[in-house]
Design a protein around this ligand. Sequence first.
Ligand SMILES: NC(=O)c1ccc[n+]([C@@H]2O[C@H](COP(=O)([O-])OP(=O)(O)OC[C@H]3O[C@@H](n4cnc5c(N)ncnc54)[C@H](O)[C@@H]3O)[C@@H](O)[C@H]2O)c1
Length: 248
Amino acid sequence: MRLKNKMVVVTGAAGSIGREVCQVLANQGASLALTDLASDPLDEITRDLQNKGASIFSKPADSADLSTFERFLNDAETALGRRPNALVNTAGFWRIIDFVATTPGDWQEMLTANLMTVLASCRAIIPRLLESGEGSIVNFASTAGEFGSIRPSAAYAAAKGAVIAFSKSLAREVSPNLVRVNCISPGPIDTPMLQAASDEARSIAASRTLLGRLGTPHDIANGVLFLLSDESAFVTGTVLQVNGGSLL
Ligand SMILES: NC(=O)c1ccc[n+]([C@@H]2O[C@H](COP(=O)([O-])OP(=O)(O)OC[C@H]3O[C@@H](n4cnc5c(N)ncnc54)[C@H](O)[C@@H]3O)[C@@H](O)[C@H]2O)c1
C-alpha cells in the first residue's frame, strides 16, 4: 500500500493507459479523483474500481479548461473529504498526419489535448499542493517529444516537447516547496493509439526497442507509481523514459 492516505487526481482516466494507471494506484491504496472527456468509459472504470473497494470520485470534464478543472477539483475535495496530494496527466491525443496536410485547427487540437490539459490542470492544483507543503505531479510526454516523431505527427511532437520544457521549468519553481514535478515518457505502447498504425509500423516500433517488444499500459503505470511514491522523494524535474530502450 505505497499510496495509502494519498489522494491522486488522474486526467485521461478513461484512456488505455489512464485506466491501467487508475488500477495500479487504487491497488496501492490511493483515493482517486478521475476525469476524462469520455463519460461512458469513465463511468465504467469508476464502477470497476468502486466494486473493488476503492475510494473514487469521477466526473467528465475538459482538463484543458481552467475554470472547469477548478470546479472539478472543488467537487472532488468535497466528495472525498480531502485535498489532493498528486496529479497524473495522462490526457492526450495523437494522429498520424503529414504536416503539410495539417491546418491551424489540427494544431490547436493537438496543443489543446496534449499541452493545455497539462497547463490548466497544473495551474489549478499547484496552489493546493503548495498549501499542503508537499505533492507530486506526473505529466505525460512521449519519445516523440524528446527525439521527434517517427511517423508523421510533428504538431504532437511539438506539444509533447513543450510538456517536457514546462515540467522542468515548473519543477524549478515549486520543488523548493516540496512539490515535485516529473514527466514520464512512454515509448511505443500496445494501445489503440498505436494500433492505429499499420502492423508493419508496429513491428518496426517494437524492433527499435532494445527489449524487442512494445510496452504495455502496466509498464507505464509502474513508472507512474514510482514517481508518486516516497521511493522517488529525491526525484524532480526529470523525464522517466519507459521505452524499452528505444533506438530512434
Ligand atoms: N499509447 C502510446 O503508445 C503512447 C506513447 C507515447 C505517449 N503516450 C501518451 O500517453 C498518454 C495516454 O495515451 P493512451 O494511449 O492511453 O491514449 P488514449 O487516447 O487511450 O487516452 C487518452 C485519454 O485522454 C482523454 N482526453 C483527451 N483530451 C482531453 C481533455 N481535453 N480533457 C480530458 N480528457 C481528455 C481522452 O478522452 C482519452 O480517454 C497520452 O498523453 C499519450 O500522448 C502514449
